[in-house]
Design a protein around this ligand. Structure first.
Ligand code: ZN
Ligand code: ZN
Length: 260
């Protein structure tokens, strides 16, 4: 059974066909999916989906993506309410994106720190989106080493891996591990070296489609191609990898507690 720890079924691309996409994932053996929030509206949508499709193992996270930071003066006050819902298992995705710079960097930092404080206050794990900003992110995160941290779509390369592991953070890997090219070569090196207990798997649907669906709309059913690539790199049996990822995800999100 597979787990997709990061998907945007709440996105414009997938929202209207959520039922089909979720059913297809279930039929492909995906037993849990985490629908990730990027702004206030789609955090609410993620939560609504986790409730509507709860029998399919759908969970939600709430957060303001660095791209959206400029639109917010503070953490939405409604989040304090939403975070108490048992289906909300993390704060995210939050962080810094200096690749696109869709929000001014000062706004990104302000919202990143505010949401880290929020996560600490509510004792929630954090899903991080860090792109081309590892030095800046790390200088903020060193003050939050007490939190459970997950680097989604980890892109810090070997250079940052030791620092990340010294915080006992998790790294999630997606379609990029199946791609050609130098960056993906290095990513596979990270996949071979990272302790298995620090590893998670994701799709980031509808983005980041793995081979053989590169260039097409991604969806959680495709997570098996990521598992296959990781199993190959690690020389592991698929079953053993599935069991390990399942227990890592449970330890991090504690989602079986969300079902009571
Ligand atoms: Zn992201
Ligand atoms: Zn995402």
């Amino acid at each position: 059974m597979y787990i997709d720890t990061h998907c945007h079924i709440n996105s414009e691309e997938l929202r209207l066909k959520a039922r089909t996409v979720i059913t297809r994932a279930r039929d492909a053996g995906v037993c849990r999916m985490l629908v990730v929030g990027c702004n206030f509206e789609d955090s609410c949508e993620a939560l609504a989906m986790s409730e509507d499709f709860s029998q399919f193992g759908i969970y939600a996270s709430i957060g303001i993506h660095p791209h959206e930071a400029k639109n917010y003066g503070a953490v939405p006050s409604e989040f304090a309410q939403l975070v108490n819902n048992p289906k909300v298992v993390a704060v995210g995705e939050i962080g810094l994106d200096y690749h696109y710079d869709n929000s001014p960097r000062e706004d990104q930092k302000r919202m990143f720190e505010a949401q880290l404080e929020f996560a600490r206050e509510h004792d929630m794990p954090v899903i991080l989106h860090i792109r081309d900003a590892m030095p800046e992110a790390m200088s903020i995160l060193k003050h939050y080493a007490d939190l459970k941290l997950l680097f989604h779509c980890y892109s810090g390369g070997l250079e940052w891996l030791d620092r990340v592991l010294s915080m006992d953070a998790m790294c999630a890997f997606g379609g990029a591990v199946t791609w050609n090219g130098k960056a993906s070569e290095e990513l596979r090196e990270v996949v071979r070296r990272i302790p298995i207990s620090n590893m998670l798997v994701e799709t980031d649907s509808p983005y980041m489609s793995p081979v053989p669906y590169r260039g097409k709309l991604n969806e959680p059913a495709n997570v098996k191609y990521v598992y296959e690539a990781i199993a190959r790199e690690r020389g592991m049996l698929m079953h053993d990898l599935e069991v390990k990822i399942d227990s890592n995800a449970e330890r991090f999100f504690e989602w079986s507690m969300s079902n009571v």
